[in-house]
Design a protein around this ligand. Structure first.
Ligand code: SAM
Length: 378
C-alpha cells in the first residue's frame, strides 16, 4: 500500500448519516447490516460504524489500493466489517457468500476517489502526465490507452459525446485518429493537449478545463460505470429489508438519471392505472426520501470543491402489500410540484445557495400499509 496522497473528504456526510440512521438503529435493537458499495477510503463507512455500534459493514471496492487504505482505517472495527474486492454489480453474490439475505442500509458514493484522481501514475487526471490507464481495478479490464488506440472514429465520438456530453466529440476523435497514425497515444498529457487543440478557442474559455469532459467520458467507458450501476442499483434495492434505506450520491447527470429512474420506477405502482385497488405484488416498494435531487450547501463546496457536482437521492423500502381491499390507488399516482434545486447538467457544480433541498418527505398517511408514496418532481 502506497503513501496516502492527500485526503478524501466524505461528501454530504451529515446528511447521509441522518438519512441512514432510522434504518440502522431498529427499535428491537437487532444487529443491522450496512453496505457501502463504494468504500473508497472509508470516510462514510467509518462514520457509520462509529455512530451505530450494532451495525455490521459490508464494504465493496473494485480498487485494491483503496481497500488496503480502508482496511487500515477501519482496523478498530475489524470484528464487524467485511471488506470485499468486488465490482458493485456483484453485490448479490457477495451477500450470498457472507450469508446475509437482507441488508438495512446501502450507500453508493459514485465516481472516483481523491486517491485515484490524485495518483500521479493512474491516468485519471488531465492536469498531470501519466500512462493512459484509468482503470479503477488495475488487475483487470481495458485501459484508456487501448480505447484511444483501437476504437473506430465513430465509437470514440460516441463515447465522448454520450459520456462526456462533449460538443466537439467528432473533432477530438479525428485528432486522436490522426495522432495514432503517427504514434501510439500513451500519455494523458498528450491526450489533454490534443483535446485542447481540437476545441475552438472561444469554446475553450468556458466550461472548465477543455479536457475534463473527454477524461470523464473515457473513465466511464473504461470502467463500464453506467452499465454496472444499471445492474447494481436494482439488485441492491431488492436486498433491502422493510424500513431499510438506500442513499446514492451521483456526480454527473448520466448517473443521476439512472438513479432517478430506478428509484422512481420502484416508488410507483406497476398495476393497471384504471383499477381503484392494488393487485397483489403491484404496489410501490419504495418511499422516496428526497424531493428531486438534493444539492450540497455552499459552505461544503467551499471547503470541498469535489462536492460541487454531487446530487443526492434516497429512498426507503416499504411493505409491498397490493391486493388488499383497503389499499386504494389514489395517492400513489399523485405527484408533487416542481422540485427545488433539480438540475440536469453534468458536473455543473450548481448550488441552490442554501443547504440544498434537505427536507425529508413527509411519511404518507398509510405508512406501514405501504400504499401511498410521493412521486418524483419531474
Ligand atoms: C467517491 S469514492 C468513495 C469515497 C468514500 N465514500 C469515502 O468516504 O472515502 C468511490 C469509490 O468507489 C469505487 N468504485 C467505483 N465504481 C465501482 C464499482 N462499480 N464497483 C466497486 N467499486 C467502485 C472507486 O474505486 C472508489 O474507490
Amino acid at each position: 500500500m502506497g503513501e496516502l496522497r492527500g485526503t478524501h473528504v466524505p461528501v454530504l456526510l451529515e446528511r447521509c448519516l441522518e438519512l441512514l440512521a432510522p434504518a440502522l438503529d431498529r427499535a428491537d435493537g437487532r444487529t443491522t447490516v450496512y453496505v457501502d458499495a463504494t468504500l473508497g477510503l472509508a470516510g462514510h463507512a467509518e462514520a457509520v460504524l462509529a455512530a451505530h455500534p450494532r451495525t455490521v459493514l459490508v464494504g465493496l471496492d473494485r480498487d485494491t489500493e483503496a481497500l488496503a487504505h480502508a482496511r487500515a482505517r477501519l482496523e478498530r472495527y475489524s470484528d464487524r466489517t467485511h471488506l470485499v474486492h468486488a465490482v458493485y454489480d456483484e453485490l448479490p453474490e457477495v451477500l450470498d457468500r457472507l450469508g446475509y439475505d437482507r441488508v438495512d442500509g446501502i450507500l453508493f458514493d459514485l465516481g472516483v476517489s481523491s486517491l485515484q484522481l490524485d495518483a500521479p501514475d493512474r491516468g485519471f487526471a488531465y492536469a498531470q502526465d501519466a500512462p493512459l490507464d484509468m482503470r479503477m481495478d488495475q488487475s483487470a479490464g481495458t485501459t484508456a490507452e487501448e480505447v484511444v488506440n483501437t476504437y473506430s472514429h465513430g465509437e470514440l465520438a460516441r463515447v465522448l459525446k454520450v459520456y462526456g456530453e462533449e460538443r466537439f466529440a467528432g473533432r477530438i476523435a479525428s485528432a486522436i485518429l490522426r495522432e495514432r497514425e503517427r504514434n501510439r497515444l500513451t500519455s494523458s498529457a498528450r491526450l489533454a493537449e490534443l483535446v485542447r487543440e481540437s476545441i475552438p478557442a472561444p469554446a475553450r474559455r468556458t466550461g472548465g478545463h477543455p479536457a475534463k469532459r473527454t477524461f470523464q467520458a473515457l473513465r466511464i467507458e473504461v470502467n463500464r460505470e453506467l452499465a454496472a450501476l444499471e445492474t447494481a442499483l436494482p439488485a441492491a434495492l431488492d436486498a433491502l429489508s422493510v424500513g431499510g434505506r438506500a442513499v446514492v450520491l451521483s456526480y454527473h447527470s448520466l448517473e443521476d438519471r439512472i438513479t432517478k429512474q430506478v428509484l422512481a420506477g420502484r416508488a410507483r405502482s406497476t398495476g393497471p392505472v384504471d383499477l381503484p385497488v392494488e393487485l397483489p405484488g403491484t404496489g410501490p416498494m419504495l418511499r422516496l426520501l428526497s424531493r428531486g435531487a438534493e444539492l450540497p450547501g455552499e459552505a461544503e463546496v467551499q471547503v470541498n470543491p469535489r462536492a460541487a457536482s454531487v446530487r443526492l437521492r434516497a429512498a426507503e423500502r416499504i411493505e409491498r402489500d397490493g391486493g388488499s381491499s383497503t389499499t386504494t390507488r389514489r395517492a400513489v399516482r399523485e405527484r408533487p410540484g416542481r422540485v427545488v434545486g433539480e438540475t440536469g447538467s453534468t458536473g455543473a457544480g450548481a448550488s441552490n445557495g442554501s443547504d440544498g433541498a434537505r427536507r425529508e418527505l413527509p411519511r404518507p398517511a398509510t405508512e406501514g400499509g405501504g400504499t401511498t408514496v410521493q412521486g418524483e418532481g419531474r
